[in-house]
Structures are given as C-alpha cells and as structure tokens.
Write a protein that binds this ligand. Structure first.
Ligand code: BGC
Length: 410
C-alpha cells in the first residue's frame, strides 16, 4: 500500500514551548517563596500522591530537593546553547515567557539588566531563524503583587499593564507574536479553587474574580500592544479539555473552555491552544476515560481530542496555534508516537478547514513541573540536574525530521 504523506501548510511554525520559571533558574517570586515553605510537605505527601510504581521509578518524588526549583534547567545562563539545539533540531519558532518578577522586582522599579537579557533572548532566537512567541505571564507573580492580593485584586490589572508597556517598548520591534496570559482557567482552578498552587485558596468566587481580572488584563494589554505595534499578533494560550459526552460534557465545555475565551474573543488575533486532557463524561461523572495509554504522570494519551477541539474553535474564525502539547516520558518510549499521532489529527483538522498555523511541543528541555517538581520529564532534550548536561532524546530527532520536511509520512 502506498504511504500517505501529511504535508502541512506553507510557513507552518514548528517549535517547542517553555516558561521562565520552569527553566531559567534562580527566580524570586511568589512560587519560589511558596515552594521553600512547602517542599518538605510535598515530599512527605508524595507517598499518598504517587503510586508505588511511580515512586520506585522516580525515587525523587519523596526527596525535598525535587520540589525546589533553584537553578532549574539553568536556561537563563544557557539560553544560547539551548537555542542552538532548537535550531539544530529543525525548529523555526520558539515560545518562551518573560518573568515579571525579574523585570519589576519591586513596585515601579524596573530592572534594566533583566530587560536587556530578554532583548538578547529575542535576538538570539532571530539569529537562529526561530520566530519568537513571547508569553507575558505564565503563572508566576512578583512577591509585591502577591502581597497586594495577586490576581484577586483588580489593581493587579493596572500593574500588569504597566509592566507590559515596558516589555513592549523593549522587545516590540522584534516580536510579531505575543501570548498575553497562559492558561487562565488552569491557574484559577489550581490556585483559587482546588487550593493546590499558591496562594492555595479554595473558593469558587475567588476563582471567578481571578479569571475576570485575567481576562481584563488580556483585553488591556491587547490594546496596549496594538497601539504601539498595529501589526503585532496577540492571543492567549488556553488549556482546553476535550469533554466527550452529552449534556454535562457540554456544560463543562462551556464553563472550562468557553468562559475565558468568550470574554476575550473580540480582542485576539489568534487562538493559542494547549492540549493535554480528555475527559469522557458519563452522566455526572467526569474522567471516565479508558486510559489505554498513559504518561509517567498517569495522564491519558488521547490524540483525537485535539482534532475535536480544533474543529470547535473553527467558529471563531481566527488562526490557531497549538501553543502546547506534550508528554512526561522519562524513557522516551512514547514521545515520537505521541507527537505523530497528535499531528495526524491536527493535519486532519486542517484538511477540514481549520486554520492551524503552528505547533509547539511542550517542552524543549526537561523542566520544573510546578508542584510536582523535577521528576516528570517533558523535554525533547533531557537535563541531568546534577551536571546540567543536555542530551537530545531520540524522539527529538524524529520531530526534527517533521519540522524540516514540514510533514511526515504515515
Ligand atoms: C502549563 C505548563 C506545564 C504543562 C505540563 C501546561 O498546563 O502551561 O506550565 O508545565 O502544562 O503540565
């Protein structure tokens, strides 16, 4: 039988994504303070959180060090080397985030060195033919912002806009794509509803307020960026879950996937889709998934979900970039197939008229996976956290071939 070749549209962007706090190292913000207070507790509760198998395979889960980001992947110092790798792996785009707490460590005091650093980062990307996708907020806040009540406080929108003005003034001329807010719904749910992430609140009202303020922030900075750079492309990156099922699935879809999007839909030039989760809904029960294949984190691998989400997003008539999609797989046994299976469904959606224009694998490097710490390995490139040595995983070469050829055969 003849092999089918999946060719992607001309100028499709191929890259990987990362966030400042997870890779840079040595940040001081609300997360770094929180993890210092909680590392012992997290290590102790690992016994309850993770299965015996996981704890055997990843003994780090019960070590305090696992939960302290410290120098992380040392990307703040080694970004050029890391971008050399991305370039050598055939990528033509890269998504990273600017760390607010570095740029504005105290209220109204802007750190020129940090700003100059991010200018160098953008230049380093451009020099390697990597289109920068710059995220302005990826879960972390300067301590002074959290002291003022974080995103529960409406004033934070004002401070955020002021910080963005500085960033835009410094980087705007060299950046075409801006991601305002990363995963507002995930942040509101984990930090304000479930009480897992700092500031560990558990209130639906607080979560709603935070989401509203994040949507206000998005709309404001959308205008700020366009005012200075009318041609810039601005969007948010949303974590959409494919809810499969009838009434309750539709309701969940409306609340989780629709709430923020509908608040910002008139202020976005593209939609950023982060896809990790599928939830089969039976009656009132969520997550009734088959779980035929799972990642090291126990998350189901369900490539078809990305197709359904893309098809649903078509009605907004905006270009779509898959701003994240990735897998924790320390052995690198499933990653190549994971990427290809998802891309096959992305391609299918494109065939059916979805305007998808880019794919960012999460993540270029192994990194600090928030409250879970270092053990989940998402990287195309592995990091030895003792030596900081980088090792390209075999799946990264397979992805590189796809990036270079702008497609692959089935
Ligand atoms: C987030 C990343 C995170 C990844 C894997 C996304 O929800 O944007 O920060 O590391 O998923 O969990």
């Amino acid at each position: 039988m003849e092999k089918q070749y999946l060719r992607f549209p001309k100028n499709f962007l191929w890259g990987a994504a990362a966030s400042a706090y997870q890779v840079e190292g040595n940040n001081f913000n609300d997360w770094s303070c929180w993890e210092k207070k909680n590392a012992v507790k997290l290590a102790r509760s690992a016994a309850k959180c993770w299965s015996d198998g996981q704890r055997k395979q990843f003994p780090e889960t019960s070590r305090q060090d696992n939960y302290l980001s410290r120098r992380a992947s040392d990307h703040y110092r080694q970004f050029e080397k890391d971008f050399d790798l991305a370039q050598s792996l055939g990528q033509n785009a890269h998504r990273f985030s600017v760390e607010w707490s570095r740029v504005e460590p105290a209220m109204g005091r802007f750190n020129q060195e940090a700003i100059a650093h991010y200018q160098q980062v953008v230049r380093a990307l451009r020099a390697r033919g990597l289109e920068p996708f710059v995220t302005l907020w990826h879960f972390t806040n300067p301590v002074w912002i959290s002291d003022l009540g974080g995103w529960e406080n409406k004033e934070t929108v004002k401070y955020f806009s002021r910080y963005v003005e500085k960033v835009i003034a410094a980087l705007g001329a060299d950046v075409n794509f801006w991601v305002t807010i990363n995963e507002p719904e995930m942040y509101a749910a984990l930090a304000y509803l479930k009480g897992v992430w700092p500031p560990q609140k558990k209130s639906i009202w607080r979560a709603r307020r935070v989401l509203l303020n994040l949507s206000r922030a998005h709309r404001e900075v959308y205008q700020i960026i366009h005012h200075q750079f009318p041609k810039a492309r601005v969007g948010a990156a949303m974590n959409h879950v494919y809810f499969e099922g009838h009434l309750s699935a539709r309701l969940a879809d409306y609340v989780w996937n629709g709430y923020f999007l509908n608040k910002v839909k008139n202020c976005q030039d593209f939609i950023g889709l982060n896809y990790y989760f599928h939830s089969r809904v039976k009656g009132l029960q969520y997550n009734q998934n088959e779980n035929k294949e799972i990642s090291d984190l126990g998350w189901e691998i369900y490539p078809e979900g990305i197709y359904h989400l893309l098809k649903k997003l078509k009605k907004y008539r905006k270009p779509i970039y898959i701003t994240e999609n990735g897998l924790a797989d320390a052995q690198d046994k499933k990653r190549e197939k994971f990427i290809k299976d998802h891309l096959r469904w992305v391609h299918q959606a494109i065939q059916e008229g979805v305007d998808a224009r880019g794919y960012f694998y999460w993540s270029l490097l192994d990194n600090f996976e928030w409250e879970k710490g270092f053990w989940p390995r998402f990287g195309l490139v592995g990091i030895n956290y003792q030596t900081l040595e980088r090792t390209v995983r075999p799946s990264a070469f397979a992805y590189a071939a796809i990036c270079r050829q702008n497609g692959f055969s089935l």
